[in-house]
Design a protein. Structure first.
Length: 263
């Protein structure tokens, strides 16, 4: 009788164990992984600090975000829901001719979205997902967009070897106009390569091209990024990275430090 009871308990526990998988945060980097959270698991992913500098001929702008957070909840084996918010942002702009400085402290916009994995939700092999989202104008410019926006990401990852992973993220957005009086088309493509240096440390290199057809002036940005992610146990990741602009329309540099935790 005891053996039968033990067998039933093992059988009942097996599906739950099979559903869980390696932690796969969306941080760090320019792109987005295709993996989803296991059912009932929650991921809290926070940029502890994120600093961006753009140095133009007539002015220099610095933006600092604190606590920019994304929460992901696994609903099924292949579907998760997401909610994001930036609780504090500081913007500082200095006019090079006059020396005048404008500064603002704002909260950012909120994000609501979901990710639907179409193949291999654990991110192994060839993994593909669809990730629609909307942004809600909680904050104001220059940290918030000032109106609602929406978009769709299509992340794809492929394991070249046990240590090398190829990733690509396509994105198309209904982005908010600079004058906040409508929306326009914006789209981007990100490609990258992740290298597992050992069981806990992963390095990534990425390249991104983004086109923004704002009525006030269309721009194309090109960015290159490097990042490191370190697992601390099975349920926590610490990351750091930086992005560099490759043309005059792109921010000159972005540096960030973040942490992700699974519950």
């Amino acid at each position: 009788m005891r053996w039968m009871l033990a067998g039933l308990l093992i059988t009942a526990a097996a599906p739950a164990a099979a559903q869980d998988r390696d932690y796969c945060p969306e941080r760090p980097g320019l792109g987005t992984p295709a993996c989803t959270m296991s059912p009932g698991r929650v991921s809290v992913e926070t940029a502890l600090v994120d600093w961006t500098r753009q140095d133009d001929p007539d002015q220099r702008s610095d933006t600092i975000l604190i606590g920019d957070t994304l929460v992901r909840l696994g609903l099924t084996d292949t579907i998760e829901v997401q909610a994001g918010f930036t609780p504090f942002g500081h913007s500082r702009t200095r006019d090079k001719a006059s020396g005048e400085i404008d500064g603002a402290n704002r909260v950012g916009d909120a994000l609501l979205g979901m990710k639907v994995n179409l193949a291999h939700p654990d991110g192994s092999g060839l993994s593909v997902a669809l990730q629609p989202f909307v942004t809600i104008p909680v904050g104001r410019q220059p940290i918030g967009a000032g109106d609602w926006g929406a978009g769709l990401l299509v992340p794809l990852t492929y394991d070249l070897t046990d240590a090398l992973n190829l990733a690509a993220t396509s994105e198309i957005d209904a982005a908010v106009d600079e004058d906040m009086h409508g929306r326009h088309l914006a789209y981007s493509e990100t490609a990258g390569l992740a290298w597992a240096l050992n069981k806990t440390l992963t390095a990534s290199a990425e390249f991104q091209v983004r086109r923004d057809d704002d009525p006030m002036g269309a721009t194309t940005q090109t960015l290159a990024g490097l990042s490191l992610a370190c697992m601390v146990g099975k349920d926590m990741q610490i990351d750091a990275g930086g992005n560099a602009g490759l043309n005059r329309n792109s921010p000159d540099v972005e540096l960030y430090l973040g942490v992700s935790r699974r519950f």
